[in-house]
Design a binder for this molecule. Structure first.
Ligand code: HEC
Length: 155
């Protein structure tokens, strides 16, 4: 190996390893205590998440005048990828970070801010971990269906 090659390899190793150490802002190492699914369901109802959300097993609340709720975002159900713990926690305590997909933006957000209620000053950590345990149990992985492409024949 020439000197130049050794030098290049060394440089490569340094550059590659710059991604090894997590940045101080990384979520790595973030682990909340295990939540309780049953208590999570009770919390879901107590905190009136069902004012704006539908989920199997818990009916969405009607508005005071009995009209259709203005916001109805479904949680759980069949998805192509189960939401991670981190995504669910973020969805609850920092909803504007990433808005739910599949809804017209103006229905779920105002000027880029989620229309979800902010619970950060009223929700306990136990309520949060219980809620996440409850929500996660409601997602179901959708079977992957390969796309059937028609056979292409140029003649
Ligand atoms: C005032 C209405 C409202 C209430 C009450 C509400 N949410 Fe939401 N929530 C929304 C809206 C609108 C969205 C979609 C925009 C977004 O992603 O923030 C949302 C999104 C979410 C998401 C992300 C869903 C996804 O597919 O990305 C989660 C998780 C969630 N809410 C959980 C909760 C929980 C748990 C509660 C109760 C503690 C709650 N919400 C109460 C309006 C509400």
């Amino acid at each position: 190996m020439t000197k130049a090659m050794t030098y290049q390899l060394g440089l490569l190793a340094i550059v590659a390893c710059m991604g090894c150490a997590p940045s101080p802002k990384s979520g790595k190492g973030f682990t909340l205590p295990e939540g309780d699914l049953g208590r999570g369901e009770a919390t879901y109802v107590n905190l009136q998440c069902n004012a704006c959300h539908t989920i199997t097993g818990v009916e969405q609340l009607a508005t005071m005048d009995g009209a259709e709720p203005e916001i109805s975002v479904s949680l759980g159900g069949k998805v192509s990828r189960i939401k991670t713990y981190g995504e669910l926690v973020t969805g609850i305590i920092n909803p504007s970070h990433k808005l739910a997909s599949g809804y017209p933006k103006n229905e779920i957000a105002m000027e880029g801010e989620s229309r979800m209620r902010n619970y950060n000053d009223v929700m306990t950590v136990s309520q949060l971990t219980d809620l996440v345990a409850f929500l996660q149990s409601k997602y179901e992985l959708m079977e992957y269906e390969p796309t059937a492409y028609p056979v292409y024949s140029p003649y």
